[in-house]
Design a protein around this ligand. Structure first.
Ligand code: SAM
Length: 207
């Protein structure tokens, strides 16, 4: 995958645009000693800015990695993103090498059912026993050509990030229930789910 799909401005007339979606990450934290992998880490590096420690960032699009580096976020945070270019469906990573996997509005780009299943199978493989997946995404049930969600993301220290994530074309439907189903099939246990339509947060644990 070379180009980031629709993380660029979208021009289309048949659009469902949902505004005013708030995601509060002010209380999201992980253990200092944990090895964290953020999947689809390019863009605003929201998870990195939230937890403020070294992480591994898996990202398919080289241009997204470069664009994120250019924003100077690592200097501002005072920690490092160890970038890995690769696909969430076939992660170029060793088995059982992480304690936490995060996915912030990336699962929606894995359109096909098989892709989402591969993603959760890979999360399960790279996590150590007891490891966690924290996933934020949209519930998308639109008959419009394009879906766009406009987010206001609250980070520690009164930092606020405004971001728009969207996608068009076929196979963009996604529900919280289906995501839980894929993760359960991969072996995860769902520990927490919060639906604030159209966005949701789910926490899974590897037994
Ligand atoms: C909307 S952005 C996610 C927001 C980002 N996490 C942030 O903090 O701003 C989705 C990212 O996932 C990446 N992506 C899409 N499909 C992917 C895949 N199969 N494997 C890895 N990354 C992927 C895109 O290139 C894009 O950078």
């Amino acid at each position: 995958m070379g180009k980031a799909e629709l993380t660029r401005p979208i021009s289309a007339k048949d659009v469902e645009e949902v505004t005013g979606i708030e995601v509060d990450l002010r209380d999201f934290s992980v253990a200092d000693s944990s090895d964290v992998l953020d999947v689809g880490a390019g863009g605003e590096a929201v998870i990195f800015r939230s937890i403020r420690k070294d992480i591994f960032g898996l990202e398919a699009a080289e241009e997204e990695i470069d664009a994120t580096k250019e924003k100077g976020i690592e200097d501002a945070v005072g920690a490092k993103i160890h970038w890995i270019q690769g696909d969430a469906r076939e992660m170029p990573l060793d088995d059982e090498s992480f304690d936490v996997v995060t996915s912030f509005f990336t699962c929606m780009y894995l359109r096909e059912q098989e892709s989402k299943q591969q993603f959760f199978n890979e999360c399960f493989r790279v996590l150590r026993s007891g490891g966690e997946v924290h996933l934020w995404d949209f519930s998308i049930k639109t008959d419009k050509q394009v879906f766009v969600g406009k987010l206001k993301i609250f980070l520690p220290d009164n930092e606020v990030v405004n971001a728009s994530y969207g996608l068009g074309g076929e196979s963009k439907e996604q529900t919280l229930e289906a995501i839980i189903d894929y993760a359960t099939k991969a072996g995860f246990v769902c520990e927490k789910q919060e639906l604030k339509c159209p966005s949701f947060y789910i926490k899974f644990k590897k037994p």
